[in-house]
Design a binder for this molecule. Structure first.
Ligand SMILES: [Zn+2]
Length: 255
């Protein structure tokens, strides 16, 4: 929507009595529509902060829960290994205890006892390690369970923010469609030569092809407009800025 200012911004009053160029008016409107379109399309591709904040929180909570689960899985694997070794050592211990019955002298007896003693120590260490891991796993699991139940609230906040964002995207898409229709309608009213001129400058000059005249100067590049060009503008001719070659636009009087 183009809003006309109630008075010229420094434009000489006499100038306002000149003829407005309808083509330039259309180009000015087209440029405004394209600029809004660009903004909306940018919004469509970026997460709004209202959603991004809760999304970060949710990701963080999920990473933490995944990390806990991985630690539990790793401990469980390690426990299986330790329990396997423990049962091997218990077998060995039984074997040594059986051999104790078969010893023939004091020396063999002492040697068998030494083996039994060492194996018992190992069995004890493995049992301790197994118990410790079991305790660690239990505390990790309870931490994980607590986080899981606590994350229900976060998940519902995430859902709400996500829905609101998706909903706003629907509105944005509708706006984009409307703006596209408007730009197509304006373009259909322009000659090919004029459109080419406009879009060439639009691309070359950071999406500003039409520049307002403010204080007798081009508002885009500040080049002063010579009196001869002013006369042309006043007659309603299409005039390019001598500094940046943009199309000069003079706002009409308040309507
Ligand atoms: Zn200029």
């Amino acid at each position: 929507m183009i809003r006309r200012r109630r008075s010229g911004t420094g434009t000489p009053f006499a100038f306002l009595e000149g003829v407005l160029n309808p083509d330039v008016e259309k180009l000015w409107e087209l440029q405004n529509v394209l600029s809004q379109l660009g903004d909306r399309e940018k919004q469509l591709t970026s997460k709004p902060e209202s959603f991004a904040a809760v999304d970060r929180e949710w990701q963080q909570a999920n990473e933490e829960m995944t990390r806990l689960q991985q630690s539990i899985d790793q401990l469980s694997k390690e426990r299986r290994r330790v329990e396997g070794e423990l049962s091997d050592q218990q077998e060995i211990l039984k074997k040594y205890q059986g051999q104790l019955m078969l010893v023939k002298n004091q020396q063999q007896y002492a040697a068998a006892w030494k083996e039994i003693d060492a194996t018992r120590k190992q069995v004890k260490e493995l049992e301790d390690s197994d118990l410790k891991m079991m305790g660690d796993m239990e505390s990790l699991q309870s931490d994980l369970d607590q986080r899981r139940s606590g994350s229900a609230d976060l998940k519902s906040r995430w859902d709400t923010a996500h829905d609101a964002w998706q909903h706003s995207l629907g509105d944005l898409r509708a706006e984009v469609e409307k703006l596209k229709e408007r730009s197509a309608k304006i373009e259909s009213q322009l000659s090919d030569r004029l459109k080419q001129d406009f879009f060439r400058i639009f691309k070359q000059r950071q999406n500003v092809a039409v520049a307002r005249v403010v204080n007798d100067s081009c508002s885009a590049c500040r080049t002063r407009i010579r009196p001869a060009l002013f006369q042309q503008l006043k007659r309603g001719e299409l005039v390019h800025c001598e500094g940046c070659h943009r199309i000069l636009y003079v706002e009409g009087p308040a309507s």
